[in-house]
Write a protein of this length. Structure first.
Lengths: 536, 394, 366
């Protein structure tokens, strides 16, 4: 007890320290002075001697007698924009203006801002930290002698990956595009799908040293307001050095960090994110990551694939059932096999038992050990296949899967039924790839329990998992909706995928203020009165 | 991390650790430590009263799957000779014998996949109640296990190898089921046997199995199994048997006719469907039982060499009815002579005349042979097959 | 009332009732002792059960947000009320131990002969404890998923066993003496129908208390009909042997053998027992710890869950000597022992409450 207390206090102290450090920088804002040289001196000090920091001195004004400087980071800015739309107007166009605006320097800066620079976004700032921070994110700063204000121009332009096909969420019908690493590109992709004025992107910066741009995406009027507030709160609470990827954000804001199950969804496809946002969820985009987070999330989402909605209802429902079945198989099959073989041999039909007994003859290891061994082997193979350099990848899969499996059986180390079970499990786990990690963990837990307590153990652990799932909430929404608490209308998209023309309202647990999303008479019908061509 | 979350973590850790320590693998048994007993035989030594149990167990290593990676080139289908092995153990009571198995086996016997129980005739005549009790009490005794009586010794039957199935007991069970499906001899599960035993008036029955010699393809004589009759018990002891005809009659009466054939002098007919009802009538302490049988059949063999007409069809139907009736009466006569109520007449009377039954039950042994039995048979000839004229006239 | 902040809907309440009533009756079907007339005993017991339910749901409806412990304190005054509450809590606790006992016996006999009973019981208790710790809402949600599965299995088993059903086995009707039949019916009412009196600790958390009684009745009717169906099926399939077997449902399902593939389905029955037993034990555990917390004015019931649970397991292990004693108690003693708790306390409390015109109008919503 005492050490619990101590640890807690210690933890408190540490977090206090951190927040202090973080705020130190901003305690006293340093302002620009009117002297250009002074400003430049401070900037050179802070930004260091990096070779990509460009400080371009110049003389501007009608008489070319006003000192000015343009500061940017080469590589982050669009050189074209800087050269043609900042340097050119400043240096040559400004010259041509005969008005002696150059006399009053503060007017000069306003004039430049309002009439000279042919760029889209310009803001002014008086705060040196602001200048530094913005230059580091790709802005260009303009400083003028005699003015204690700097202009910041958004001149971002760097090498990015072109828009590619979504590699992890494949669809046969439906768009192929996936997000890429640039925040602006991603927001544009969403804008192209949702052309509603309510679509809002609220930005934040998170990460002390990375100052990563984050956008919270939602549709005003559809989303419940407290949801946005809550997400904003959680994001603001993050106090860490760097956000490398959206996965970091997920791990810092999720409801149940200790649970096996993730309560925040993700996707790399704009159409999926758009659909979820339109149902009343919020999405989070992060600069530098091609994935988006969507919250709240319920369990069923892991089993819904984008393909479901582009295909017709019967097949979509069938495939959804296959997906459930596959996931259950991939988690439970090895455990059930172990339990039946070690404890409950009476549950196998007699002919099957005889065949399996024949296969088991001579295998030295008990079934539980066999199973765990094979599962670990499979995970090793899978991981190796993922991480291996592309050129070698093919060899690993062929060698691993076929040869090792076959040889193990031939050598008598592993029974043939075990290999069959595991192969089925492996293939089944990829039917719902987003749940493959979860499946792997569940599989191991269940097999361990099965080898100790048989079917009873499996059921008990499943009950515990169920109970845990029932207690999970994602941003207030119960994780097992719409099965529990029961919501009949919500079931339309759960166990089956009801036809699109029946899905009139947004999901209930999301509590949207605007629940109607289509009119109720959308079922297509052939026109009633037109006679067929062949008849009179 | 709040205290609540910390506590949750401790509980989770406990949950994971406790099973590891508490549960050990008490009940976990690997398949290669089990000896799967496919058939169990019971014999009694008349002199000493000892029970000898015969275990037919499966030898898994001899079961070859279709594509063996250990290609030793063995041919499949040569009659898997070694897939079973026989063991015997003797004791003064069933469980005494069962417990001695450990003296000569390397594996633990596993009875939950046993297909059939065979009782030697001598043992059956002595009474098999101790065995029944053990099977009912033990969770390994499943209600579906088939019961059978052997003509001589059970251990002989269990040792007869030949047949198409790789496991002999499975083959025997299938044979029993097949003969029941073709309405020759009854198929009796343990549950049915025990139910008849529990009813104080109904006699338990079981098919009888014997060995006969067959000449194999290479000219040598091989032993094979055949079902030869129906054993009739009184209480738990066997007192007699029904032959082929009487067994069929029994099946007709108790509504166990499925597929099968009716043979009359002019033709053979294939049974499509049959139903029967036992209707008791009680009048002034006199019991009259009507057995109503309703049957549909197809003509499959006509020896008359005449063209078929409606009259002939009617004759055939009448002939069938006569044959069925005589089979049933044969069974009835035999049961009267054994004084064993194999039909369940007593239960039928009980169901209908609840109050009078109290008086009749203790006297059933005397009442039974004096029951008047009337058999009413209705037959229909449905289809006459592909031809309707004789191919060759007389 | 800070101890439980959750609310459950009426539908969830019905489902919980079904799960609870199924409880250990999955393998010990009600009506044992009446032979093949068990279904009549079930029907009669159901009617008596409905009557008893009517009594205690009326009490719950009278005092809308209050658990029986709080009601007792209001009606009888603090000290006497707490004493009566302790008695009631003892009943719940003891019942939990009895259910655990049934559970353990079944598993030890049919499925895991070598494993000590304590192991299985502790595992079950751990899951129940963690679920109870999560609150009544979570328990209700689990019930929503588990109870329909059990119903599905029960119905499927019955359908699959149709080839083996011989309805003649049900004749003659009313074969048992009337006195015995009535006694068995009352036994059926006590176990399991009227055990729903445990829900007096749960009814306080229903979001629409006026509809509470009908939700409970609905749950009882559904489970009652299933039991009648099961009683008919077991008698039809097993015949006379149905009266002899300790676990007729389990044996009846062993008979299923379709196409050599669909056999050995009795595992489903065992799984049903685990899940429904889980619900029943969780509710009883919940009632016990919540009641204790209310009696002793604790701030939260969570710290005592695990200790009470372990005590329940210990009581289950040490309580009854062997199956025969258990059978004796279950068939003869229990139906009498339970009456004061199932009928007595609710009825007397209701009468006194009405006489004293409690609760006073202003105190209805606390």
């Amino acid at each position: 007890m005492l050490d619990l207390l101590l640890k807690k206090l210690h933890f408190q102290k540490m977090s206090n320290n951190n927040s202090k450090k973080a705020s130190e920088q901003h305690d006293s804002p340093v302002y620009l002075s009117k002297n250009l040289e002074e400003n430049l001196k401070i900037l050179r000090e802070v930004l260091g001697q990096s070779s990509d920091v460009i400080i371009r001195d110049m003389k501007i004004g009608t008489n070319l007698n006003v000192a000015a400087a343009v500061i940017y980071i080469d590589g982050l800015v669009d050189r074209d924009l800087v050269n043609h739309h900042i340097l050119q107007p400043l240096m040559s166009d400004l010259q041509l203006i005969k008005d002696n605006v150059g006399q009053n320097h503060s007017n000069l800066i306003d004039f430049i801002k309002s009439s000279v620079l042919t760029v889209g976004q310009i803001i002014g700032t008086e705060d040196i930290d602001g200048v530094i921070a913005n230059v580091l994110t790709g802005h260009t700063a303009i400083l003028v002698e005699g003015v204690n204000q700097a202009l910041l121009i958004d001149a971002k332009g760097w090498e990015t990956r072109s828009l590619e096909e979504a590699k992890n969420e494949l669809a046969i019908r439906g768009p192929r595009i996936s997000f890429n690493e640039t925040l602006r590109t991603n927001t544009a992709l969403l804008r192209r799908i949702i052309r509603d004025p309510g679509l809002t992107f609220e930005s934040l910066q998170v990460g002390e040293r990375s100052k990563t741009d984050i956008a919270i995406v939602y549709i005003k009027g559809i989303i419940e307001d407290s949801l946005v507030e809550e997400i904003k709160q959680r994001l603001k609470r993050i106090n860490t050095d760097v956000i490398l990827d959206i996965g970091y954000i997920e791990q810092y804001i999720e409801d149940n960090p200790l649970s096996l199950f993730s309560t925040i969804g993700n996707s790399e496809r704009p159409d999926v994110v758009a659909a979820r946002v339109l149902e009343g969820r919020a999405a989070i985009l992060v600069d530098g990551s091609p994935f988006a987070l969507t919250a709240p999330m319920i369990l069923i989402e892991g089993f819904q694939s984008v393909e479901d909605y582009y295909a017709r209802p019967y097949f979509a429902s069938f495939i959804r059932w296959i997906r459930f079945l596959a996931f259950v198989l991939s988690a439970f099959l090895p455990a059930i096999y172990v339990a039946l073989m070690s404890f409950h041999q009476e549950l196998l039909p007699t002919p099957l038992l005889i065949t399996v007994a024949a296969a088991k003859e001579g295998i030295p290891l008990p079934v539980g050990v066999e199973a765990i061994f094979m599962i670990i082997l499979f995970e090793i193979l899978r991981e190796a296949g993922l991480r291996m350099p592309r050129t070698l990848g093919q060899a690993v899969s062929i060698v691993g899967a076929l040869v090792i499996g076959q040889s193990a059986v031939a050598a008598g180390l592993v029974g043939a039924p075990m290999v069959v079970v595991l192969a089925t499990t492996a293939i089944a786990s990829f039917v719902a790839p987003s749940q493959a990690d979860l499946g792997a963990l569940l599989r191991i837990i269940l097999v361990s329990v099965a080898s100790f307590m048989g079917l009873f153990g499996i059921v008990i652990i499943s009950l515990e998992i169920l109970s845990h799932l029932a207690s999970l909430r994602s941003l207030g929404v119960p994780y097992l909706s719409p099965l529990a608490p029961l919501n009949i209308r919500g079931l339309k998209d759960t166990l089956v995928r009801a036809p699109l023309w029946t899905m009139d309202s947004r999901p209930e647990p999301l509590d949207s203020p605007n629940t109607r999303r289509q009119s109720p008479d959308q079922m297509p019908q052939p026109p009633k009165t037109k006679p067929n061509k062949g008849e009179s | 991390m709040t205290r609540g979350q910390r506590l949750k973590i401790y509980v989770i850790i406990l949950l994971i650790i406790i099973p590891v320590f508490l549960s050990g693998c008490w009940d976990s048994i690997q398949l290669d430590k089990l000896s799967i007993v496919s058939g169990l035989g019971w014999d009694i030594n008349l002199d000493t009263g000892d029970v000898t149990l015969t275990y037919q167990s499966i030898v898994p290593s001899q079961i070859k799957s279709t594509s063996s990676t250990s290609g030793s080139g063995e041919q499949k289908g040569g009659g898997a000779l070694n897939t079973i092995q026989l063991d015997h153990s003797t004791g003064s009571s069933p469980y005494d014998a069962l417990s001695r198995y450990t003296q000569h086996g390397s594996r633990i016997p596993y009875y939950r996949h046993t297909q059939v129980f065979i009782f030697g005739k001598d043992g059956a005549e002595q009474g098999i109640y101790p065995f029944i009790d053990t099977v009912a009490r033990n969770p390994a005794g499943r209600p579906n296990i088939l019961m059978a009586v052997s003509e001589k010794k059970a251990s002989d039957i269990l040792g007869v190898q030949n047949g198409m199935e790789s496991i002999q007991a499975i083959g025997m069970a299938e044979e029993i089921k097949l003969s029941a499906a073709f309405s020759k001899y009854p198929e009796v599960t343990f549950l049915e046997f025990a139910n008849r035993l529990m009813s104080k008036t109904t006699a338990p029955i079981a098919p009888m199995i014997g060995i006969f010699l067959e000449t194999g393809p290479d000219g040598k004589k091989i032993q094979k199994i055949r079902i030869t009759g129906t054993a009739v018990f009184k209480g738990d002891s066997m007192i007699g048997q029904l032959n082929e005809r009487e067994s069929s009659g029994l099946l007709w009466a108790i509504n166990k006719i499925k597929k099968g054939f009716v043979m009359i002098p002019e033709a053979s007919l294939e049974i499509v469907r049959a139903k029967s009802k036992i209707v008791p009538e009680l009048q002034d302490d006199k019991i009259e039982i009507t057995i109503e049988i309703d049957e549909e059949s197809n003509l499959i063999e006509y020896k008359g060499r005449k063209d078929l007409t409606a009259d002939i069809v009617q004759e055939l139907e009448k002939g069938q009815a006569k044959e069925i009736k005589s089979q049933v009466m044969a069974a009835v006569e035999k049961s009267f002579s054994l004084d064993a109520d194999v039909f369940g007449f007593g239960d039928a009377v009980h169901r209908k005349y609840k109050n009078e039954w109290k008086n009749l039950k203790p006297m059933w042994d005397e009442v039974y042979p004096n029951i008047k039995v009337v058999v009413k048979v209705k037959t229909h000839l449905n289809e006459i097959g592909d031809v309707n004229k004789a191919l060759m006239k007389k | 009332m800070l101890l439980e902040k959750g609310k459950i809907s009426n539908f969830q309440l019905s489902v919980l009732i079904v799960g609870f009533v199924f409880g250990s009756s999955v393998i010990i079907p009600p009506g044992q002792g009446a032979g093949h007339d068990a279904w009549i005993a079930c029907a009669l017991g159901l009617m008596e059960g409905l009557l008893i339910v009517w009594i205690f749901t009326a009490l719950a409806k009278q005092f809308k947000d209050k658990t029986i412990v709080e009601i007792n304190s209001l009606v009888y005054g603090k000290i006497l009320g707490k004493c009566i509450s302790v008695l009631f809590i003892w009943y719940l606790f003891h019942l939990g131990a009895l259910v655990l006992n049934n559970y353990a016996r079944f598993f030890k006999l049919e499925i895991y002969p070598a494993t000590p009973k304590a192991v299985g019981l502790l595992l079950v208790m751990l899951v129940c404890a963690s679920t109870v710790g999560r609150g009544i809402e979570v328990l209700a949600r689990c019930g929503l998923i588990l109870a329909p599965l059990t119903l599905l299995v029960a119905v499927t088993d019955t359908l699959l066993v149709i080839p083996h059903i011989d309805l003649k086995n049900l004749l003659p009707i009313l074969d048992v003496p009337i006195r015995k039949l009535l006694f068995v019916s009352h036994g059926t009412a006590s176990f399991p129908f009227a055990e729903t009196v445990a829900f007096l600790m749960v009814l306080a958390f229903v979001d629409k208390p006026e509809k509470g009684p009908s939700a409970v009745s609905r749950g009882l009717l559904i489970s009652g009909f299933i039991f009648i169906m099961v009683a008919v099926r077991n008698a039809a399939v097993l015949g006379q042997m149905g009266t002899v077997y300790n676990y007729p449902t389990y044996i009846a399902v062993q008979v299923i053998d379709i196409g050599d593939i669909f056999n050995r389905l009795e595992a489903l029955v065992a799984i049903n027992l685990i899940t429904m037993g889980f619900i029943k034990i969780s509710i009883l555990l919940y009632g016990t710890v919540l009641g204790l917390a209310q009696v002793f004015n604790l701030r939260s019931y969570r710290p005592i869950i695990l200790p009470v649970g372990i005590l329940m397991v210990i009581l289950a292990l040490t309580n009854v000597g062997n199956t025969l004693e258990m059978l004796e108690f279950a068939s003869k003693g229990y139906s009498i022992y339970a009456v004061p708790f199932q009928i007595g306390i609710p009825l007397i409390t209701l009468v006194i409450a009405k006489l004293r015109k409690l609760p006073p109008k202003g105190e209805v919503n606390s």
